[in-house]
Design a protein around this ligand. Structure first.
Ligand SMILES: CC(C)(COP(=O)(O)OP(=O)(O)OC[C@H]1O[C@@H](n2cnc3c(N)ncnc32)[C@H](O)[C@@H]1OP(=O)(O)O)[C@@H](O)C(=O)NCCC(=O)NCCS
Length: 161
């Protein structure tokens, strides 16, 4: 059974390790560049600095929330969103490879959408690589529309009210 739950500070270290793995696996060029650093020491330091700084800022901000998906107590997915002045931006959504195609991404995204509705968010946006067909399908099926494209990146938006 899959459980979706919000993440607390106590789980920061767990999320950090999971995110580190997930970045290696992201199809977007930015993440691929980071994952190509073959010096393990430099890579670990870079990811740690980037992620911990960013995560600490992210979780310290009252308008930011994270959800994780767990299967039998193990983390299999994560999503994080930032909300500012009735606008939300999805910073990431990720499901580990073996668990994809089982509806977990949809559960995570719908948890975020429900939260946005509760917070009276007007528009929920995200940036996605145009070559990321699976993610674009996930967002399109949940009501997002492409409103801008620059280079290989699409900005998609869901208008909630
Ligand atoms: C994008 C991602 C989160 C989707 O998670 P998932 O759990 O596999 O998705 P779901 O099983 O919930 O499927 C949701 C929708 O995605 C689309 N989808 C899923 N697998 C697909 C596939 N193999 N081919 C095409 N579309 C697919 C479908 O539209 C599906 O809806 P449907 O089942 O009603 O047709 C996951 O593939 C992932 O972690 N990718 C790497 C990270 C990433 O690219 N994140 C997005 C960055 S913005």
């Amino acid at each position: 059974m899959i459980t979706i739950k919000k993440v607390s500070w106590r789980e920061l270290e767990k999320i950090h390790c999971f995110l580190k793995k997930s970045w290696l696996d992201f199809p977007d060029p930015y993440f691929r560049v980071i994952s190509k650093i073959d010096n393990a020491k430099i890579f670990t330091r870079l990811v740690k600095v980037l992620l911990l700084n960013w995560l600490q800022k992210l979780l310290a901000d009252y308008s930011t929330e994270m959800w994780i998906a767990e299967k039998d107590g193990n983390m299999v997915g994560i999503s994080y969103v930032e909300i500012r002045r009735k606008r939300a931006i999805l910073h990431g959504i990720y499901v580990i490879k073996d668990f994809r195609g089982k509806g977990i991404g949809k559960l995570l995204l719908q948890s975020v959408i429900r939260f946005c509705l509760e917070k009276d968010v007007h528009t929920f946006g995200l940036f996605v690589s145009r070559s990321n067909t699976i993610a674009i399908n996930l967002f399109t099926k949940n009501g997002f529309k492409t409103v801008a494209i620059r280079n290989n990146i699409a900005y998609m938006e869901l208008v909630l009210n």
